[in-house]
Design a protein around this ligand. Structure first.
Ligand code: ATP
Ligand code: MP5
Length: 277
């Protein structure tokens, strides 16, 4: 049995960390998969004690346990797409990259989670190196935010031109199939503008800017939505465009909970249709 076994419904796998506050990580990914009518499966890499104010503690799951979760899902259920989020350390990254290769997991979205929006470093320096060399080259697309794109490209990013240059450098030096540099961390009217580059097409993705500080989990949600769309058989460019629309809608429904940055509202668009009241 391999990753391509066809189930009745599309299946996606998230390989990521748990966020106790429910805003990002595995919790955001599974809600996003469900909203897209894709069956969500998970391999948990670490457990964070976190809320809207920040990350208080992180406990790693042993790499063998991460591998066992991936194998349990893929060997029985099969997955049409997968995403990675917070992978924490180089042992986990290496183990995940090996499983992607061995189990032939296709349609892989790598969200190279390194620094959270609250400024917390979420992965150590050795792990960044391993991510570059083992997992990133296997991805259909990688989705760095502004700060991650700076680390991966070696450029300081302040303008649209900087974002475009970073996307081109990342594509060239890391040999990725496609890259989406996300602009949630940009200032002024660049906030929410993303850059796509696949070696041929350089595109600027713009949607309406949402005036909210409740943006926790936007990156996780975007990459999970891309994976969900790929699991449903959409091509990469359509998957990205539709995921961008979804994250914008979820942002307009962001939740004002906690004292810090609240999460996006994954299912709250349904309330407008009178479902879930
Ligand atoms: N205020 C906003 N208005 C519109 N779109 C936004 C806004 N903030 C973020 N986005 C969009 O959300 C998506 C995620 O980008 P962002 O740069 O926030 O990722 P991130 O930093 O990885 O997210 P996370 O907070 O999960 O780590 C992108 O498509 C980005 O353009
Ligand atoms: C488990 C986990 N995964 C990813 C993020 C990044 O999300 P954010 O930048 O919104 O904090 C996070 N904070 N926690």
């Amino acid at each position: 049995m391999n990753a391509q076994k066809k189930p009745r419904v599309p299946v996606a796998l998230t390989i990521a960390g748990s966020d106790s506050g429910g805003g990002a990580g595995i919790q955001a990914d599974l809600r996003t998969f469900a909203f897209h009518c894709v069956h969500g499966t998970s391999a948990i890499t670490c457990v964070t004690a976190q809320n809207t104010l920040g990350v208080n503690r992180v406990d790693a799951i042993p790499p063998e346990a991460v591998v066992a979760q991936i194998q349990a899902v893929v060997q029985d259920i099969g997955v049409q797409a997968a995403k990675t989020g917070m992978l924490l350390n180089q042992e986990i990254i290496f183990a995940v990259a090996q499983q992607v290769e061995t189990l032939q997991i296709h349609n892989l979205v790598v969200d190279p989670v390194m620094v959270s929006r609250t400024g917390a470093q979420l992965i150590d320096d050795e792990a960044v190196k391993t991510l570059r060399h083992t997992l990133i080259p296997k991805a259909a697309i990688i989705t760095p935010n502004r700060y991650e794109a700076q680390i991966l490209s070696g450029l300081e990013i302040y303008s649209l031109e900087d974002m475009q240059a970073a996307a081109e450098i990342i594509h060239k030096t890391l040999r990725t199939n496609a890259v989406l540099v996300k602009g949630g961390g940009m200032q002024g009217n660049l906030r929410g503008v993303d850059i796509w580059f696949d070696g041929e097409k350089l595109e600027i993705l713009t949607t309406k800017q949402v005036e909210t500080t409740n943006t926790h989990g936007t990156g996780c949600t975007l990459s999970a939505a891309i994976a969900a769309n790929l699991a449903k058989g959409k091509n990469l460019w359509s998957a990205v465009q539709q995921a961008k629309e979804y994250v914008t809608t979820a942002l307009t429904c962001a939740l004002d909970i906690g004292e810090g940055q609240g999460p996006v509202g994954h299912f709250f668009p349904l309330l407008e249709l009178g479902i879930g009241e």
